[in-house]
Design a protein around this ligand. Sequence first.
Ligand SMILES: Nc1ncnc2c1ncn2[C@@H]1O[C@H](COP(=O)(O)OP(=O)(O)OP(=O)(O)O)[C@@H](O)[C@H]1O
Ligand SMILES: [Mg+2]
Length: 492
Amino acid sequence: MATLPLPPVAGPFIQSLRSIGYSLESAVADVIDNSISAQANTVDIYTEWRNSDPVLAVMDDGHGMSPNEAQAAMQLGAVGPADSRSSEDLGRFGMGLKTASFSQCKSLTLITRKSAALDWYGLRWDLDLVERENSWLVVEMDPAECQDFLNEVELSFSKGTAVIWNTFDRAIDPTAVSGERDYDRRIVALIDHLALTFHRFIRGEEVSRKVNLRLNGKSIAAKDPFATKPEPNKQASTILSNETIRLGACSVGVKAYLLPHPTNLSHSFAKKVSQGGDHHSGQGIYIYRAGRLIVSGGWHRLAKASEANKLARIQVDFGNDADSLWRIDVRKSRVDLPSSLREQLRRVITQCAKKSSTTFTRRAKMPSVDPEPVWQRVFDRDKSRVHYILNRKHSALSEMLVVLGDSDTRSALIKLIESSLPVELIKNDMSATNIKMQQEPDDLFHHCIDLAEELFNAGIDKELIQRALVNDSNIGLTPDKANKIVSKLGTL
Ligand SMILES: Nc1ncnc2c1ncn2[C@@H]1O[C@H](COP(=O)(O)OP(=O)(O)OP(=O)(O)O)[C@@H](O)[C@H]1O
Ligand SMILES: [Mg+2]
């Protein structure tokens, strides 16, 4: 077989790389991914208009890089998509730093060090130089030059990494009446995007680390599309289901939320949950990779966007071990839903959408405060098998289990209850046409009083009892009725 070397031509190639479809928001998010993967506690974004010569820097206090690592970081293709990564690594292709930066600017500077005792080490891609020389030449900076660059962007860390964009030409719209005002508008949109994309890291929820994300010194507040933390005295969302679905060797978390009715949120809070405070555009599936949001909303042809569905939001979580299954792209802004997951999602979405529309038609059945189901459904795709487990995080349940003393006793009891769930009997009863399945008793209110008393006597906190009465999908008391019962506890 005859072969012929045909390497890319540096000048035109690097220019073409500028147009692979990043927006300012997705480009900055890609650089921040690297900071989070480098175990940063704080990520500072610095930006200034500088009289039509804007600059933007992303700086972190993460583990930094040695000179050799920095060279590999700046080289295109030094790391490949097949290389193995830790489960917390938000990268995949070994491209993001370069492609995201080139999409926005013509001068990319990387300055880094692993500890305060070392000199800063810096490298700079200057696209004009690469084009002029038609060669992959990177500028190596001395420590004094590094320090000058860091002073300019007001670095406040003694170690870590700074990524600095100069000749930031793509941030300027030559047709804008006021370039500076247009730039400010882009920065506001950027803050919005980062607040949503990294909301779990900002709050430190369901991710490996909490990260303080700041722009020009001001912390960015999380934008939680599921409204899990309600305003004082307001309703939170309801978790309708929470299950784990196995796809080959990987697992996918699927959690269905129902947002509170819009009249139960103030406009300023609604704006934190949905763009412009309107739930309609934010309905749909939110897909997270290793805790970082990739896709926000939309139904992916599994349902229709409608007024009736607008309270329905589905959180879908996958790990970076499933990247090829999801066909993630370099920009981390789109994925393909694996076809074997679609049917499972359709079922969850149908249930969630139904609840959304009944919330509008039957306001009496309002979602409750901070609900957690007692039972969780776990679906194993490979074996087409479903089983139910107790939700160990259920607040009242976990508090009661503590009474049982050591954790071995607790887990033995949980296992016993889970394994003795009378599935066959339930199936028979469900299929018998002359028997009505009903878990809650006819006299629900009195049953709740008895249940509340028993929990109270067992030493459970009144607030937890109140929540259990409201959140249990079989009981589902209104907050008012639950309050009535709980306020009488101890006096009956
Ligand atoms: N802020 C940082 N701190 C420490 N190391 C970094 C930082 N930024 C980049 N790196 C190193 O440089 C490498 C290349 O980064 P780059 O963003 O180009 O690719 P990636 O993160 O590996 O994959 P992807 O293309 O999916 O983003 C990273 O894998 C990491 O080792
Ligand atoms: Mg990266």
